[in-house]
Unconditional design. Structure first.
Length: 472
C-alpha cells in the first residue's frame, strides 16, 4: 500500500524528533500490515508447493525417482533462494522511492533489477549446466548411478529456466514494494495449477505421451517458473502497473540504469552474502542430523513440514513489514516506520505463538499425519515441544530482519546471521545433540537457541534506530 507521503492531512498530528508526522491509528497499521501480509504468505506457500507436489507425484511413480527428487529439488530450491536474494535490494529501493512519491526512480530500480536478474540467471544456468554432473557425484557419492542420472536429467530441464525464475523473484519484490502483493499471488496460483496438470500428465503419461517420470516433473516445474516470471514481468510493464516501466522520462534525481542498479546492489549484495551464509550453516546443521541416523532424519523432515506453515506466515508478515517500513522511510515518516515494523513483528509473534500452542497440545497427532512408524512419531513428538517454544522467537527474528532489509540495513542483518548461524546454531546443536546425547530434541534445542539469540540481537539493532539513517 503506497504511503501518501504526508500530502493528505489527517486530523491528528504529532511533533517528534524527526518532525511533524501523521499519527496512524493502531487499527489502521494492523490493517495495512495484514492486507499486504496474507497474499505474501500464500505466495510463498505456493512457490514451495511446486516442489512438494512434484515430490508427492514422483513418489508414486518410482522409488529411485523419489530419491533423485530429494537431491535435485533441494539443489534447485537452494540456487533460487540464494541468488533470489537480489530481490531484497529491489524491494528496499522501490518501496523507498514509492514512499517518497518518486515513481520514476521506483520504475528505474525495477527495470534495472529485471535486467540484472535475467543476466545473472543466464550466468548461473551456464555455470551449473557445465558443472552439475560433477557436483552431483561430489555431493552424493553414495546415491547410486540411476538416482544421479535421474537427478541430472531433472536439473538439465529446470536450470535453463533460471533467468525467468530470478526475474519472478525481483518482479514480485518490485510489486510488493509498490504495495501490490496480490498480483504475485495470482501468478503463483496459475503457476501451481499448470504444474499440477502438466506434471501429472507427463509423469504418468497419457493421451499418446509416454510416462516421463522425473523428467515430466521437471517440465512441470520449469513451465511454472517460466509462466510466473513472464506474467509478473508483463504485469510490471502493463499500463495498469503501479510502476511505469515503459516510461522513458527522467526523474528528479536523474536516475538512469546504472545508478538505479547501483542502489539496488548496495542493498542486495549483503543480503546475498547473508543468504549464502545461512545456507552454508544449514548444510552443517543437516550434516549433524545425519549423524543421528535414518529415523532422526525422517522425523526431522516431518517436523520441518509441520513448521512450514509458521515459516511462511512469518515470511508474509516480513514482506509486509519490509514494504511498509521502506515506504514510510521514503515519505520521511521515521517514527511511523518504526511503529509499523514493531506491529508486524508482534502480529507474527501472536500468530506463531498460537501455532506453538497447537504443537504442544497435539504433537503426536501432527506427526502421525506424516508417518505411521512409532519410533519416528515419538522422536518428532518430543521435538515438537521444543519447536513450540521457538515459534515466537522465530516470528520476531524473521519479521524484524526483513523489516531491516526493507530499510536497507542488510549489513547489520548479515552480521547477525553470521554470528547466530555459526557461533550459536552449530555450536549449540553439537553440544545438545551430540555431546549431551539428546538426539533430535537436542537439534531443535540448538535451532531454538539460534532464534533466541537472533531475536535479542535484532531487537537491540531495531531499538537503537540507526537503520532509519541508512541511505538506499
Amino acid at each position: 500500500m503506497a504511503d501518501d507521503g504526508g500530502k493528505r492531512k489527517p486530523s491528528l498530528l504529532t511533533t517528534r524528533r524527526d518532525g511533524p508526522q501523521a499519527v496512524i491509528p493502531t487499527g489502521d497499521v494492523v490493517r495495512q500490515v495484514w492486507v499486504l501480509a496474507w497474499p505474501a504468505m500464500t505466495h510463498m506457500l505456493l512457490l514451495t508447493l511446486v516442489f512438494l507436489v512434484n515430490r508427492a507425484m514422483v513418489g508414486r511413480y518410482a522409488v529411485t525417482a523419489l530419491a533423485a527428487t530429494q537431491i535435485c529439488t533441494s539443489i534447485a530450491w537452494s540456487i533460487i533462494s540464494v541468488f533470489g536474494a537480489s530481490s531484497s535490494g529491489t524491494l528496499a529501493v522501490v518501496a523507498r522511492a514509492v514512499g517518497a512519491g518518486d515513481r520514476a526512480l521506483a520504475a528505474a530500480a525495477a527495470r534495472a533489477s529485471l535486467v540484472f536478474a535475467a543476466g545473472l540467471g543466464v550466468v548461473v544456468a551456464v555455470v551449473m549446466l557445465s558443472a552439475e554432473g560433477a557436483l552431483l557425484r561430489l555431493l552424493f557419492p553414495r546415491a547410486g548411478a540411476e538416482v544421479l542420472a535421474q537427478a541430472d536429467g531433472y536439473l538439465r530441464i529446470v536450470l535453463p529456466v533460471l533467468p525467468l525464475a530470478f526475474m519472478e523473484a525481483v518482479a514480485a519484490a518490485a510489486l510488493q514494494g509498490a504495495g501490490d502483493t496480490r498480483t504475485p499471488l495470482l501468478a503463483a496460483v496459475l503457476g501451481n495449477l499448470v504444474n499440477v496438470a502438466l506434471s501429472a500428465w507427463l509423469i504418468f503419461g497419457g493421451l499418446g505421451v509416454p510416462a516421463l517420470g522425473l523428467r515430466g516433473a521437471a517440465v512441470g516445474a520449469a513451465a511454472t517458473m517460466a509462466i510466473e516470471g513472464l506474467l509478473l514481468t508483463a504485469a510490471l510493464m502493463a499500463r495498469s502497473s503501479p510502476l511505469p516501466l515503459l516510461t522513458r522520462g527522467g526523474d528528479a534525481l536523474g536516475e538512469g540504469f546504472r545508478p538505479a542498479l547501483g542502489r539496488v546492489l548496495r542493498v542486495a549484495l549483503p543480503a546475498f552474502a547473508e543468504r549464502l551464509t545461512y545456507q552454508a550453516g544449514y548444510v552443517g546443521f543437516v550434516a549433524m542430523i545425519g549423524l543421528l541416523g535414518a529415523a532422526a532424519m525422517a522425523a526431522n523432515q516431518a517436523l520441518v513440514s509441520i513448521e512450514g506453515i509458521c515459516f511462511f506466515s512469518a515470511d508474509g508478515f516480513g514482506v509486509a513489514a519490509a514494504a511498509l517500513v521502506a515506504q514510510k522511510l521514503g515519505a520521511g515518516q521515521l517514527s511511523e516506520a518504526a511503529r509499523t515494523g514493531r506491529t508486524a513483528a508482534w502480529m507474527a509473534v501472536c500468530l506463531l505463538s498460537a501455532f506453538g500452542v497447537v504443537f504442544a497440545l497435539v504433537p503426536r497427532l501432527l506427526m502421525v499425519a506424516f508417518s505411521s512408524e512409532p519410533e519416528i512419531v515419538a522422536l518428532g513428538a518430543r521435538s515438537l515441544y521444543v519447536a513450540a517454544l521457538a515459534q515466537p522467537f522465530m516470528a520476531f527474528a524473521m519479521v524484524t530482519s526483513m523489516a531491516l532489509r526493507g530499510a536497507g540495513a542488510t549489513r547489520q542483518v548479515l552480521v547477525v546471521t553470521l554470528l547466530s548461524s555459526f557461533a550459536v546454531r552449530l555450536a549449540a546443536t553439537w553440544v545438545f545433540a551430540i555431546e549431551l546425547d539428546l538426539g533430535l530434541v537436542g537439534v531443535w534445542m540448538g535451532s531454538t537457541a539460534d532464534w533466541v539469540i537472533r531475536t535479542a540481537l535484532l531487537a537491540v539493532i531495531w531499538a537503537r534506530g540507526r537503520w532509519r539513517e541508512v541511505s538506499v
